[in-house]
Design a protein around this ligand. Structure first.
Ligand SMILES: Cc1ncc(COP(=O)(O)O)c(C=O)c1O
Length: 467
């Protein structure tokens, strides 16, 4: 494999070369790396260059040194990767911890931040399917444009201008298959191995896996009920020169916290000053229990530093997988290329069905009822755990409670026992880029009905008491 010269520092290219080989599974834990002399010869570089790359790998605990015998692969560098060796292929991918938990069938599902299908407007969609086929008889006979259906983008742009004072044109929107795809597209478009990404701590677990898979070095930014420590954000931007900051500032997953307007404005200023893009993920904007949340950061951005992801998947029709990315040119062009490589466009039928629901009055009526129903479930869950001594900050929107258990309790161990009793939740450590926060758990109150919620939490507390 030839050495790719990407950076203007040769030792970093050698470092990338080795990390790529580790990530592709060419070496196993505790396997010896080529000697400095051998690799220098293979890559046609000076021995000191290889030495510097090895030193960096050592500092980052990707390799370790055995006295006089050389450099060996640190088992920790393979953590989080899934390695599958078969006679016909070898595969090595970043594990998705969240999806592994979701795949376990359980009766009391507190792990999935999805809304109970009984609370969604399913029966109306049957009507819209018929309408869409009448209006566009060839809807299944063609692809959507890569950017997404123009009628839908126009409708969304109009809505954002009118309702949120977000001045965005249809040309600045891409329809994606869920916010998950949007995060992945952005990561593929902007991140190369060793780039630094700021992420909230805790954060949406799958986003950690996506950026890791792309080879990013993740620097955590703590989130608090009152927002961020802005000085910490600024220090990180100054010191690490991140490519982007991925954030979920409105009814944040998993904590439910909302970042206040003054922090939003300040972040946009910092982004501009330090040339760091802000990727604002906003899938819970309409799920508020009192006042509407503050305007998205995107509203305050005049220089093209915010990429805004808005998903309608959660609370309208998860099966349609409709979300959007708003971004200014020329980023749009790069994202479109990656989107076309991914799937050539989100299915047109899904977009048209969504469009007709979105344009009807039913959507706002549905949202009003949904907020009431979810608030009731949240209160039931809070009441059910009130006597435990656990701590949490009551969210004003979103789908989850972020709960602190006693320090000595491991959420992973609690989860293993709970799964035996058919209960699931998200253990805190998988939401933490540092893989700590093990005495925290995320409980979603949105998926199971009131009766099951009370019963499931009662059982969860029984399991907890056995520790
Ligand atoms: C913060 C955040 N972003 C993105 C997603 C993925 O959403 P979608 O269903 O639109 O792909 C989720 C789902 O839980 C989420 O919590």
């Amino acid at each position: 494999m030839p050495l790719k010269k990407n950076s203007n520092r040769l030792f970093e290219d050698v470092y990338d070369f080795i990390v790529n080989r580790i990530n592709r599974g060419e070496w196993m834990a505790h396997e010896k790396l080529p000697s400095i002399r051998e690799l220098a010869k293979e890559l046609n570089v000076h021995r000191l260059t290889v030495f510097k790359a090895y030193q960096r790998l050592k500092e980052e605990k990707k390799v370790y040194v055995k006295d006089k015998s050389g450099y060996f692969i640190h088992p920790g560098s393979l953590e989080g990767f899934e390695h599958i060796e078969s006679p016909i292929y070898t595969s090595r991918v970043q594990r998705s911890y969240l999806s592994e938990i979701h795949q376990i069938p359980v009766t009391y599902q507190f792990s999935q931040a999805l809304i109970d299908p009984n609370l969604l407007p399913n029966h109306y969609f049957a009507e819209y399917v018929k309408k869409v086929f009448d209006l566009y008889p060839k809807v299944l006979g063609t692809y959507s444009t890569v950017q997404g259906d123009e009628e839908l983008r126009e409708a969304l742009a109009h809505y954002f201008r009118k309702r949120h004072q977000l001045y965005v044109s249809a040309n600045e929107l891409i329809i994606t298959s869920g916010a998950q795809q949007a995060i992945n597209l952005i990561s593929q478009a902007l991140i190369k191995p060793r780039d630094t990404v700021l992420m909230e701590r805790p954060t949406y677990s799958a986003a950690i896996d996506i950026f890791r898979h792309q080879g990013a070095a993740i620097i955590p930014v703590d989130v608090y009920p009152y927002g961020y420590d802005i000085e910490q954000v600024e220090r990180n931007m100054k010191q690490y020169k991140p490519r982007l900051f991925y954030l979920n500032p409105t009814f944040h997953n998993p904590t439910g916290y909302t970042v206040p307007t003054e922090h939003r404005k300040k972040l946009v200023e910092l982004a501009e000053h330090y040339q760091c893009l802000l990727v604002e993920d906003d899938p819970f904007h309409d799920i508020y229990f009192g006042h509407e949340p503050p305007s998205p950061l995107f509203r305050y951005d005049t220089g093209g530093y915010v990429i805004y992801i808005r998903s309608y998947s959660k609370y309208i029709a998860p099966g349609l997988r409709i979300a959007l990315v708003a971004s200014r040119q020329p980023l749009m062009k790069i994202l479109l290329t990656i989107k076309s490589l991914s799937d050539n466009g989100t299915p047109l039928l899904n977009q048209k069905i969504f469009l007709h629901y979105f344009l009807s009055e039913r959507m706002q009526q549905h949202l009003e009822k949904l907020r009431i129903a979810l608030n009731i479930r949240k209160e039931i869950m809070e009441e059910a755990i009130a006597s435990t001594g656990w701590e949490w900050s009551s969210p004003k929107g979103g789908l989850n409670l972020w709960v602190k258990l006693p320090d000595e309790l491991s959420s992973q161990s609690l989860l293993s026992k709970c799964i035996e009793r058919s209960i699931s939740f998200v253990p805190g450590n998988i939401c933490d880029p540092l893989n700590e926060l093990d005495s925290w758990i995320r409980l979603s109150y949105s998926f199971v009905n009131e009766r099951k919620l009370t019963k499931g939490i009662k059982e969860l507390i029984e399991v907890y008491k056995t520790f």
